[in-house]
Write a protein that binds this ligand. Structure first.
Ligand code: WQD
Length: 337
């Protein structure tokens, strides 16, 4: 089986490519390297002893898409490519709408042209907005609080209309909660450029001494210890969820949305304390004002993914914290040489 992975050099994309190759799928990647490094391909090859075929470029580029689809016959596509920083999307909405929507529209048009109608789409828990009830199930109301989340919801609606127009399409909408951690080899992981928006990459920068302390955005929420609660999921569990969804779309038609989380909510303080415990390191922090747009608590009901995909997460928070730090330690050693 041959799969096209757009954004396959990115954090979640690269972990999914590793799982695909280890399941003996042939993998072709399109990535413009706007938020990833080409060196990831070498790490993927070191881990799997297999080399994915790589095309550098933009998914929005019709000529590139048609070239790739004319050179390969794909059984399915996993679509990760897209901008994903919530804060940046508020500052640059047009860039987010143009990039995320156009790339998906062009991809689907070329998939249709070449008769490939099986798609796994990288959606997000942000389509639930501020949840009224917890844990979150797939039937809950959808609303968004930022342009990034709105692009994800708009694409879900576009794909639903596409599925209604042609029952040959088979589409899985995967709603990620908070992916963290790294492959146990320490060769691939998350290392965003600049000051990280997300909690774990920020903790890592503090652990590495690149940032002085963590600001905890508010400790006066109505949660177990006043700090924000999220459903953190190991990125390898998430990647394996894509393999399960791929099997589903290859053997069925129609469209379905699934939550990919652990079903457990952990607070910021719990994450910090777990990280300190497993890595034997102190993370200095101070309580700072709440961050605009944050919700108090957000975690998934994952029973539908278990039923539909026969998938559930396996790795615990300690493993997520250990693997996240291991990746950066390996990276630092390799760059310090
Ligand atoms: C987690 C918690 C913060 C940073 C976002 C996107 C979502 C998904 C994951 C793509 C919150 C607190 C954070 C910091 C802190 N991305 N925090 N200090 O906001 O739940 O979700 O990333 O799909 O779409 O919305 O993740 O890691 O930014 O925040 O106290 O320096 O950590 O307030 O409670 P979030 P996050």
């Amino acid at each position: 089986m041959k799969v096209l992975v757009t954004g396959g050099c990115g954090y979640i994309g690269s972990h999914t490519v590793v799982e695909l190759l280890q399941e003996d799928y042939e993998v072709v990647i399109i990535d413009n390297l706007s938020n990833s490094l080409k060196e990831v391909l070498t790490s993927i090859e070191t881990i799997t002893k297999k080399k994915p075929i790589f095309y550098e470029g933009d998914v929005v580029d019709f000529s590139l898409l048609r070239k790739v689809f004319s050179e390969h016959s794909f059984d399915a596509v996993i679509h990760f490519a897209g901008y994903k920083a919530v804060g940046e999307s508020v500052q640059k909405p047009l860039m987010y709408y143009r990039n995320n929507l156009e790339s998906t529209l062009h991809l689907c048009e070329v998939m249709k042209e070449f008769g490939c109608k099986r798609l796994v789409f990288s959606s997000s828990a942000t389509v639930y907005g501020s949840p009224k009830k917890l844990p979150i199930t797939e039937e809950m109301p959808l609303s968004t609080t930022n342009p990034y989340g709105t692009t994800k919801l708009m694409i879900e609606n576009i794909l639903r209309d596409l599925s209604s127009s042609d029952n040959e399409w088979s589409i899985a909408l995967l709603r990620y909660f908070n992916p963290i951690g790294a492959h146990s080899s320490g060769l691939i992981g998350e290392n965003p450029k600049g000051i990280p928006n997300n909690l774990m990459p920020y903790i890592i920068k503090v652990a590495m001494g690149e940032l002085p302390q963590l600001d905890i955005f508010g400790n006066d929420y109505n949660t177990k210890d006043g700090t924000g609660v999220r459903d953190y999921i190991h990125v390898v569990d998430l990647a394996q969820g894509h393999i399960a969804a791929l099997n589903k779309v290859i053997n069925s038609t129609g469209i379905d949305a699934c939550n990919l989380g652990t079903g457990k909510g952990y607070s910021v303080l719990e994450l910090v304390q777990t990280f300190e415990k497993v890595n034997h390191i102190k993370i200095p922090y101070q309580i700072a004002p709440r961050r605009a747009g944050d919700v108090a608590e957000c975690y998934a009901d994952c029973s539908y993914a278990k039923k539909q995909l026969d998938w559930s997460s396996k790795k615990d928070l300690e493993t997520m914290c250990r693997d996240a730090y291991h990746y950066i330690s390996v990276l630092k050693k390799s760059t310090d040489i």
